[in-house]
Structure formats: structure tokens, C-alpha cells
Design a protein around this ligand. Structure first.
Ligand code: HEM
Length: 486
């Protein structure tokens, strides 16, 4: 059958197998960005009959995913992460439909705007104070502390559950599950996502090693889910203010609703436990590499807040440089470089190109260092520089494009946790900079400059790095150690 229009341009494939050989298996965004340079805003490949559309500009992403959101809000069935490992009921992998609307409505009601977030501010403040204490005690375990705090915040908000200081069993298993979720849904990592029939191959079959991994990862998810059910039953009984207690209060749920409440709470955890970690960790990296930025931020905090107390959300509107620094962190370190894949639920003709129903739609948020959407030199001057001033209204020059309109995705699938993410990143940045000096580490008289590189996976993290974190003064130590009742 003849197509109504040509497909968007892209690398030429082979008969029958199409572009199998062109598909990247790791850091897919690097390959996609090369296609972007060669073929323009929208490129196309076909792998064994599956059409893949890559969007390499904000304009293309807005035109398709925002303006035509009734066509482009579905998700493809991901055989590896969804079916074999078992994440298919998590919101990020859910098809567009009633279940999707149920999760989104509830999440939106509870954390969908800044005003709704007010109620959770004390939780953020308590947990971020704990973060400062942990960093002060063991600065070399920075990334683990940030991860612990993100998990603690999301668990309190989801269930009212308070994590243990060390080796909390839920956090330990959930961390493993999050890492496996990110790897199992990594764009291009598993051919079984393109050829679902491979799932029927026995584990011993050559090339079916993914089945062993899937079995192991499924066990982690099951372990996490049973801990999670326990948390839910506790939330139902004790009912402090939490997402789950809000949904459960005074209601008898049908089996289906019960399943939906459990999975919407787990979706919050799976969306929120690993993402903000990447941004906050990248801020420590940026402060190590760009000491002038750190100095300016501290000058602003000292002038507005002083040194006798820690900053709080009440100071937010008076700290424009910190606001710009948080935006810059979201631009500089791209947390979800290829977002989460959308899927076309109808045939479409866009800009004269044919996009068939069932096409996978991927947006490429960066190419490593010479980046696209968030690092496009036409949108952002000197994209590899960490420079918050690009977002300030300087000398009558317009600020550069707000990255929060890009990095949280598009259309009806836009990240529902963006206000929570924004609050967590802002508070940990401002509190940390109020009390710590972050700098390059000196070992045996040699100063080490950390390398800027990121990991592969749906969620990308800065590669682990070393830095020195010291309290700014004796007053800062007192603030870190202070115990406050909320
Ligand atoms: C720096 C922090 C974060 C970034 C950069 C981020 C980014 C994203 C992106 C790009 C998507 C895909 C959007 C699309 O498909 O168009 C997404 C989806 C999602 N995010 Fe976030 N996110 C962050 C934090 C959070 C937090 C804190 C939560 C939960 C509290 C969360 C929950 C979710 C969920 C549940 C989805 C799936 C939405 C759906 O499929 O309908 N995220 N996020």
C-alpha cells in the first residue's frame, strides 16, 4: 500500500531488517543528535517494521507532543521493562486511557501545583536538614546521602513513612529496583523492545541473556512491591498527611481501585527517587568546577538570609540568583536525555511527512556536550559553561529560554512531579550553599578536576566524582547541628 506522504528523512536501511544496524544500544542520544545534524528537526528510522521518529528540536517537540497531544500521548508496550520485568502498571509506562487518567488526576490534585506543595514544605525542610547533617559527617558519601534524602522525602509524601538513618530496608531494595528500571527501559538497550517475539526464546538460547536479567530484576520489583503494600496498609491506619492516606481516607476501594492506588503511589516513587538525585549531585559538581558561581550564590544568601539561620522556602522570591542557578542545573545536566518514549495512537501527516500509527516518538534532549534541545548553541550561548546569569534579566538582555519548559517533557505526559522536583532541588541547593564551601579535592599536593561525563540509562547521572565539602564557619556548623521542631 502506498504511503500518503514520505517518511521524515533518516539513514537508509536494508531490505527487511531496515535500520537494525543503525540503532544505538547505549547513550542513544549521541547517535540521535548526529541524525539531527544531518537530517534536521525530525528524523526517521525503521527497524523490522517498527517506525521510530526522533525529535531534535524544541519546536518539533512542541508541535507534535504539545499541540497534537491527542495523537502523541500514548506509550509503547516496552517488553523488557514493562512486560518481562513487570513495570507496566507504573504511570511512566502506562498506555493512554482510563487508568492513566485516574493516576494523573490524583497525583495532580496532591502535588500538581506550587500551592498544593505548601503542605509538604515542612517534610522537605526536615529531610534537607538531615541531608546537611549527613554530608557534614561523611562528605565522601555525598551521592549516597542525596539518594537517601530523595527517597526519604518521596516516602514521607507518598505514605508518611519515616526512613531509618542507616540501611533502611525499603530504601535499599528500592534503590536497586530504580537502577534496574532505568536500565530496563533505556532507549535502544534491548532488541526485545523492537522484536517482542524474542521474549518467547528460552533463557539458554544464544542472545537471550536479557531473560536472565529480566528474571532477576523482576524479583527485585516484587520484593519492593511487597514492602510497598506494607507501607500502604500502615498509611491507611495511621494517616499522617500523605498521598496514600489522602486517597484512602474513609473509603472502601474495589480491587481495581486498590491496585491503582498502589501503583500510583509506586509511580511517584519510581519517578521521583532517582531524578532529583541526578540534578542535586550535578550542582555539587558544578560548584566544584565553577567557584565564581558558588561565590555569587553565597553572597546573595548572606545578604538576604544572613548567617544566623538557614534559608527556607519563605526566602525563595528574594533569591533570584539561586533561582537562576537551579534553572542552569536543569539545563546543564540533562536528567532524562531521551525523555520517556511517546507513541503515536493515530496516523498523522506532519510538515508533509507521514508518521504512521504505532511509531515510537523519542525526543533527544542532548548530545553529549555539543547539545541539542537543552544545549543548543542557538538557544543557549556557550552551552557547556555553567552560567546562571543566562537566566537573569541582564543589561536589558532577555533571559535565555526557561529549561523547565523542556526538561520535564511535553503535552499530556509532562512530568507530574515537576513542582516537587523543583522544590527539592531549590531547597537542597540553597541550604547546602548557605553552610558549605565546595571545592576541588587536593590529594598528595595535587588538585583534582572532576571529569564531566554522564551515565547511560533512562535517568542519566553525572559520573561519580570527588570534591571537598567543608563548613563555611563555626556558625555554619552550629546551623547544621541545630535541631528544629516543625
Ligand atoms: C529533576 C527532576 C525530574 C526530571 C528532569 C523529570 C523529567 C521527566 C520527564 C522528561 C518525563 C517524561 C515526560 C514525557 O514523556 O513527555 C517524566 C515523567 C514522569 N515523572 Fe518526572 N522528572 C523529575 C522528577 C520527578 C519527580 C520528583 C516525580 C515524582 C514525585 C516524577 C514523576 C514522574 C512520573 C510519574 C512520570 C510519568 C508521567 C506519565 O507517563 O504520564 N518526576 N519526568
Amino acid at each position: 500500500k502506498k504511503n500518503p506522504a514520505p517518511y521524515p528523512p533518516g539513514p537508509l536501511g536494508w531490505p527487511l531488517v531496515g535500520n537494525v544496524a543503525d540503532m544505538p544500544h547505549t547513550k542513544a542520544w549521541l547517535t540521535f543528535a548526529q541524525w539531527g545534524k544531518k537530517y534536521g528537526d525530525i528524523s526517521h528510522v525503521e527497524v523490522l517494521g517498527r517506525h521510530i521518529i526522533v525529535l531534535n528540536s524544541v519546536k518539533a517537540a512542541i508541535e507534535l507532543l504539545d499541540k497534537k497531544s491527542s495523537v502523541y500521548s500514548d506509550r509503547p508496550v516496552l517488553t523488557m521493562g514493562g512486560e518481562l520485568v513487570g513495570w507496566k502498571y507504573a504511570l511512566g509506562l502506562l498506555s493512554y486511557g482510563d487508568r492513566f487518567r485516574y493516576y494523573r488526576k490524583n497525583i495532580h490534585r496532591l502535588i500538581g501545583n506550587r500551592a498544593a506543595m505548601d503542605i509538604y514544605e515542612p517534610i522537605e525542610e526536615i529531610e534537607t536538614r538531615q541531608l546537611l547533617k549527613r554530608i557534614f559527617a561523611k562528605p565522601e558519601q555525598l551521592q549516597a546521602h542525596i539518594r537517601h534524602t530523595a527517597g526519604a522525602i518521596i516516602l514521607r509524601i507518598s505514605y508518611g513513612y519515616e526512613v531509618k538513618e542507616n540501611h533502611d530496608p525499603f530504601i535499599d531494595v528500592a534503590d536497586r529496583a530504580m537502577n534496574q528500571l532505568s536500565r530496563s527501559t533505556d532507549t535502544g538497550a534491548f532488541m526485545v523492545d523492537i522484536m517482542p517475539w524474542l521474549a518467547k526464546a528460552p533463557e539458554w538460547f544464544p542472545g537471550a541473556g536479557f531473560k536472565c536479567l529480566a528474571r532477576e530484576w523482576r524479583q527485585t520489583l516484587e520484593e519492593m512491591f511487597s514492602d510497598h503494600e506494607l507501607n500502604i496498609s500502615q498509611a491507611a491506619g495511621v494517616a499522617p498527611v500523605s498521598f496514600t492516606s489522602n486517597l484512602l481516607q474513609g473509603r472502601t476501594l474495589s480491587a481495581e481501585e486498590d491496585h491503582m492506588v498502589k501503583w500510583s503511589a509506586l509511580s511517584l516513587y519510581s519517578g521521583g527517587a532517582d531524578t532529583t538525585v541526578s540534578t542535586i549531585y550535578s550542582i555539587f559538581l558544578a560548584m566544584t568546577l565553577f567557584p565564581d558561581v558558588q561565590k555569587k550564590a553565597q553572597v546573595e544568601i548572606d545578604a538576604v538570609v544572613g548567617t544566623d539561620r538557614l534559608p527556607s522556602f519563605a526566602d525563595r522570591n528574594s533569591l533570584p540568583y539561586i533561582e537562576a542557578l537551579v534553572k542552569e542545573a536543569l539545563r546543564w545536566n540533562v536528567v532524562a536525555p531521551t525523555g520517556i518514549i511517546h507513541c503515536a495512537s493515530e496516523n498523522d501527516i506532519h510538515d508533509g511527512y507521514y508518521i504512521p500509527k504505532g511509531s515510537l516518538i523519542i525526543f533527544d534532549m542532548l548530545e553529549f556536550h555539543a547539545r541539542f534541545m537543552l544545549n543548543d548553541p542557538q538557544t543557549y550561548a556557550n552551552p557547556s559553561q555553567f552560567n546562571p546569569e543566562r537566566f537573569l534579566d541582564n543589561d536589558g538582555k532577555d533571559p535565555e529560554r526557561e529549561p523547565r519548559t523542556i526538561c520535564f517533557g511535553f503535552g499530556r505526559r509532562i512530568c507530574p512531579g515537576l513542582h516537587l522536583a523543583d522544590a527539592s532541588i531549590w531547597l537542597s541547593t540553597v541550604m547546602s550553599l548557605a553552610v558549605f564551601d565546595i571545592s576541588k579535592i587536593v590529594e598528595n599536593g595535587v588538585e583534582h578536576t572532576p571529569e564531566v561525563d554522564s551515565s547511560s540509562g533512562t535517568i542519566s547521572h553525572p559520573k561519580p566524582f570527588k570534591c571537598s565539602i567543608k563548613p563555611r564557619s563555626a556558625k555554619a556548623v552550629a546551623l547544621i547541628q541545630e535541631n528544629v521542631n516543625y
